[in-house]
Design a protein around this ligand. Structure first.
Ligand SMILES: NC(=O)c1ccc[n+]([C@@H]2O[C@H](COP(=O)([O-])OP(=O)(O)OC[C@H]3O[C@@H](n4cnc5c(N)ncnc54)[C@H](OP(=O)(O)O)[C@@H]3O)[C@@H](O)[C@H]2O)c1
Length: 266
């Protein structure tokens, strides 16, 4: 699809990948409702984008929050051509110590929120023949130890994207699942960054990832995996998961040194 003149709701705009994506979309002439929970961060970003963007505030894990995002975006843009679901959370922790409420929070932010936002916006996207982009992760195809809830939430988002794309085939609405490898943003705590250095995990600059995301939209891609050789491991894991089990075994021991247990509050 063409970005110039496109009416876009970008949720997660206050984050590292979201803000970088907003800049690329604005450079290409998109009009953007910048979604997230922190009004100051969104307003600050809008100020740097020369009138092409405005903030819309809401928490995607609540009905009210999603309602506010949808209403404000549609009234400010006068319709919608593109929804980018780029909000998300992660915890790096042994699953046995992961607080149940935190596990639920991850699923509400990474999976259920994006699904229900897309559902609310289907009528508007139907009118315009628009597109939904769900930002997943390489971890949504290769499940990593100590990221059990995060990996599972992204597997679910990938499954949702595939099902919806098949359901909407021929309707005029496209669905893109965009999956980067690790990216240098604040979603990764200092511990995750140190673990990444110890295991040789590569981390990309959010600007490079944002360009890849926008390219995937412009090319109407169904799926895009960013990062080499991770994108090849995605295919190997699908066919020969035992091979990836073996490859991850050594890495898992190093990861265990960093993944700190925390007390579970029930
Ligand atoms: N960084 C990576 O290594 C990496 C790799 C692969 C995939 N991803 C995915 O890329 C997406 C963006 O991540 P990032 O790296 O840019 O992280 P980030 O810098 O921490 O940004 C996260 C964004 O999500 C928003 N958000 C979180 N919970 C929300 C909620 N309940 N309601 C509304 N907005 C919410 C935050 O907004 P507020 O702070 O304003 O609430 C923020 O804009 C996520 O889906 C993440 O899983 C990241």
């Amino acid at each position: 699809m063409k970005i110039h003149g496109a009416r876009i709701l970008l949720v997660g705009a206050s984050g590292g990948i979201g803000a970088a994506t907003a800049r690329v979309l604005a450079e290409r002439g998109g009009r953007i409702a910048l979604g997230g929970r922190r009004p100051e961060a969104l307003s600050e970003l809008a100020r740097t984008l020369d009138g092409s963007a405005f903030p819309v505030v809401g928490d995607i894990t609540t009905d009210e929050g999603r309602g506010a995002l949808v209403t404000e975006a549609l009234s400010g843009l006068g319709g919608l051509d593109l929804l980018v679901n780029a909000a998300g959370l992660l915890d790096f922790i042994p699953f046995g110590h992961h607080d149940p409420s935190a596990v639920e929070r991850i699923f509400r932010a990474n999976t259920i929120g994006p699904m229900l936002l897309a559902q609310s916006l289907l009528p508007s996207l139907q009118e315009s023949g628009g597109r939904i982009v769900n930002v997943g992760s390489i971890f949504g195809s290769i499940a990593f130890p100590y990221f059990a809830a995060y990996s599972a939430s992204k597997f679910a988002l990938r499954g949702f994207s595939e099902a919806l794309r098949r359901e909407l085939a021929g309707s005029g609405i496209g669905v893109t699942y965009f999956a980067p490898r690790a990216v240098r943003t604040t979603i990764n705590s200092d511990t995750v960054v140190r673990m990444g250095e110890a295991t040789g995990m590569k981390m990309d600059d959010p600007k490079v990832v944002a360009h890849a995301l926008v390219r995937a939209v412009e090319k109407d891609r169904d799926e895009a995996y960013f990062g080499w050789p991770e994108s090849i491991f995605v295919r190997i894991n699908a066919i020969l998961p035992r091979l990836v089990d073996r490859a991850l075994r050594g890495q898992s021991q190093t990861m265990a040194r960093f993944a700190r247990p925390a007390p579970i509050r029930r």
